[in-house]
Ligand binder design. Sequence first.
Ligand SMILES: *Cc1c(COP(=O)(O)O)cnc(C)c1O
Length: 426
Amino acid sequence: MFTIKNHLEVENNHLIIGGADITELANQYGTPLYVTNESRVVENFKAYRKAFPDADIYYAAKANGSFAILRMLARQGAGADVFSYGELYMALLAGIPREKLLFNGNSKTDYELQTAVELGVRVSVDSRDELHTLSEIVQKAGKEVEVAFRVNPDVSTKTHPKISTGLRTSKFGIPSEEVVSIYREASGLPGILPCGIHCHIGSQILDTAPFHEAAQKMMDLVEKVTTLGINLKFVDMGSGLGIPYKKDERAPTPKDHADAILPIFEERTKALGISPKLILEPGRYIVADTTILLTRVNTVKRAAKNFVGVDAGFNLLIRPAMYDSYHYAVVANKAASPPEDTYTIVGPICETGDILAHDRELPHIEKGDLIALLDAGAYGFSMSSQYNGRPRCAEVLVKDGVADVIRSAEDVGELMAKQKLPARLM
Ligand SMILES: *Cc1c(COP(=O)(O)O)cnc(C)c1O
């Protein structure tokens, strides 16, 4: 037995996750299949909490919205960053208390804002226009709402442009120079209780300098807002901590993240004589490395490249096609065999961009082999689709060698589920 990456082990040439042999899971549940190691989710959450012992950890539900995962995190005391009515609904159902939720979003519907107000969930307001809408909604409802403002701190993160959210030109947040005036306006609006400040600068960040820079800019704003006489109850620094997708890549740990922001946070709050709660919103770090996407080889073709056609495509894992992401690939039934050839792993979708892994040195591959794409727990299933007439696959959760289905595979019935024919086409 040896460890291949993090918690993943190899025994008798087979990949083992959470004590379960991957080849047996494939036989029992079929492929494609998402497999999550329950203990690893808890370990990752605890690592964040240990690094930030006095902070609240709000899991970013969009990274992986599986109900079982939300439930596990709720039981660990997590809060959640929710970005839609759907995520809000699921988080509450999973048992995350409403006072540990922050309703985020740059384009919320009136219905979403009304729901947050009715339920007493805090809202992160993304524009002045939204502030006015929210003020009308609370007045009509005869209620009050606690709000934060999402700040655009203008920090460059050197991550993929599609996941860099804190740049000046990003659609998220309120420009720093408008922040003070918006708090001033908010504190005069009926029913609006400004009590937090929020930022989130991007995702898959592999260097702590941007966290440090954002924290400094945020604390400058905290000072200005405090000077207005507003009592900030929380400062939410978001997250975006990256993980090492490549085997020998280095990534900062939650401890490194904490070292980049805690000293500034503590020093500046102390100087101001205030004690807001610090909030972090990790998504990827909590779930990415907990899960593999298991897929079976349908066909091998020697052409311009050695193409391995598998049964999962960007319908199930869009990250390589969308962000040029790298996922480490293992031939799960030959996990200890030496590499023999270079392979490009492609999905079954009718698009040339449906490539899961380029030019990998792998053991000899043939029809029926199992390929595991590692670190697929964040922005994997949660971004899946039925494109090309493909029902979504099942998800299983493994703990101490025992697997449970946490989402059944869809079948073609689900492709038809909401479709209707006008009478003239009957
Ligand atoms: C996506 C998102 C997160 C989580 O980002 P990760 O890179 O997954 O850690 C946190 N906060 C907000 C507001 C987000 O949109």
